[in-house]
Design a protein around this ligand. Structure first.
Ligand SMILES: N[C@@H](CCC(=O)N[C@@H](CS)C(=O)NCC(=O)O)C(=O)O
Length: 229
């Protein structure tokens, strides 16, 4: 008998979406419970050591950390989303480990959630350095093949980065920074990911409205622009 899979989620969480994309890519059936991260239930705090989503319950056993969940899913289900070549696989894992550096601190999230017009230029400059690294890596890993990180096939690196590129894309519709114009590999990669149903369909039905509320709660410049539009 196959195992049962149940995801503990929060509507706008990009780390949760990474698990969902991987499960969609592999055709895994799973249930979902959404929780309010501002009012975490006791049963959730008991199973999540750091109180963060995603948690994936496998036959009731909780797995936590989106990278560990993705690796687990890849061991369990076809198609494999890691490259077969061990060196390439190690490089993919390394670029997946680069994700927190890419998004946190002076990374892409700082642009997405930028608080005002005055701080926007500084956040863009800071994000550029990391974007250049990623742009170079994509060029090396996939050569002339697209559209994904390694070429034609979706991989775990794609699953990891896509949710953050998607959130930046939403903010960018009003921020209009044209940040990705200087990074054509990232721009093309982002467009391909966002057009892919495994990514676009990996959000809750109320994602768009909840993400707007998230931008508002965080006091972002993107929200100011949306409200004024
Ligand atoms: N390293 C974690 C990050 C997960 C994470 O930061 N989740 C956020 C929501 S997007 C969370 O649960 N935050 C609740 C909190 O920090 O209290 C992973 O990859 O799973």
């Amino acid at each position: 008998m196959s195992a049962s899979y149940h995801l503990i989620s929060s509507t706008t969480c990009p780390w949760v979406q990474r698990s969902v994309i991987a499960m969609r890519a592999k055709g895994v059936d799973f249930g979902v419970t959404y929780i309010d991260l501002r009012d975490k239930p006791d049963w959730f705090l008991e199973m999540s050591p750091h109180g963060k989503v995603p948690v994936l319950k496998v036959d009731g056993q909780p797995l936590f950390e989106s990278n560990a969940i993705a690796e687990y899913l890849d061991e369990m289900f076809e198609p494999r989303l890691h490259p077969a070549d061990p060196v390439k696989r190690a490089r993919n894992r390394a670029w997946t480990d680069f994700l927190p550096t890419f998004v946190n601190g002076p990374g892409l999230n700082q642009v997405t959630y930028c608080p005002d017009a005055e701080s926007l230029p500084g956040t863009l400059d800071a994000a550029r350095q990391r974007l250049q690294r990623l742009d170079d890596a994509i060029g090396q890993e996939r050569g002339n093949d697209g559209p994904f990180f390694n070429g034609p096939d979706l991989s775990l690196v794609d699953c990891a980065y896509a949710p953050f590129l998607q959130r930046f894309d939403i903010a960018e519709r009003v921020l209009k920074t044209c940040l990705l114009d200087d990074f054509p590999n990232v721009r093309a990669w982002s467009a391909a990911l966002l057009a892919d149903d495994r990514v676009a369909g990996a959000v809750a039905p109320n994602f768009a409205a909840e993400f707007d509320k998230n931008l508002e709660r965080r006091g972002t410049y993107a929200w100011d622009l949306m409200r004024a539009a």
